[in-house]
Write a protein that binds this ligand. Structure first.
Ligand code: MN
Length: 167
């Protein structure tokens, strides 16, 4: 069957993570794992703003449901599910892995916060594994809105980073 079934779409999650510095982790389901990028400033809905995204090691698929406090070690601190949903790879003849290998992909997000087209493009910098993540120009693009400031809470629990750390 060639038709894409909505229920068979892969999932994405964006964790908001207060480690030594606050950042957002974009995770995309592909091949049974979560391809992952740390985005220091988080996503933007403004198609003119390109955000640095550093690719980090794949995470286990089960980590997509994690919200809580990492107690010790690398990344210690609270993590909340800032957004989640499904996404589509719009390139019909290539898998997401193939597109990532090529260094650019366009994805359609069906999240609670992120909707529509987003791009991931690899860039060459002194920092390895550097990508840009940014909004495609569509009806969901908004230049007059800071989605990370206006919508800071978990889509799972409604909690803030501060509330997660309270016992
Ligand atoms: Mn992180």
């Amino acid at each position: 069957m060639n038709h894409k079934n909505f229920h068979s779409l892969p999932i994405f999650v964006i964790h908001k993570h207060q480690a030594s510095s606050l950042h957002y982790d974009l995770r995309l389901e592909e091949g049974g794992v979560l391809k992952s990028w740390a985005i220091p400033k988080g996503p933007s809905t403004n198609s003119d703003i390109k955000r640095l995204a550093i690719q980090v090691p794949d995470h286990e698929l089960s980590y997509a449901g994690f919200e809580g406090v990492i107690e010790k070690g690398y990344g210690a601190g609270p993590v909340l599910i800032w957004d989640t949903g499904t996404f589509e790879n719009i390139h019909p003849s290539h898998s997401l892995s193939e597109r990532l290998e090529k260094g650019s992909t366009t994805l359609i997000f069906h999240g609670e916060k992120l909707r529509g087209k987003y791009m991931l493009i690899r860039i060459r910098l002194s920092t390895p594994h550097s990508w840009l993540f940014f909004k495609g120009d569509d009806e969901h693009a908004r230049s007059d809105y800071s989605i990370t400031d206006e919508e800071p809470y978990s889509v799972l629990s409604g909690k803030s980073i501060e509330e997660l750390t309270k016992r």
